[in-house]
Write a protein that binds this ligand. Sequence first.
Ligand SMILES: [Zn+2]
Ligand SMILES: [Zn+2]
Length: 71
Amino acid sequence: MSTASERVCKSCGESAENKNLDRCSVCVSWFCPDCAHRAYGGRKFCSPECARTYYFHGDDDDDDKDLGTEE
Ligand SMILES: [Zn+2]
Ligand SMILES: [Zn+2]
């Protein structure tokens, strides 16, 4: 029904008509400069999670015992 090609910021919903949207290279979502997360080297992502995913991509994941260890 809706147009899939409509560009809006993933975080605040601002449209590309009002802001200069960028596209996250990790999750391919659009985001505006106000919501952008600036990572090392000036690279921008839609969120800190995506920045981490980008820089840890392909790393070994031999250690996920840390999840959910609460007293
Ligand atoms: Zn935004
Ligand atoms: Zn992203």
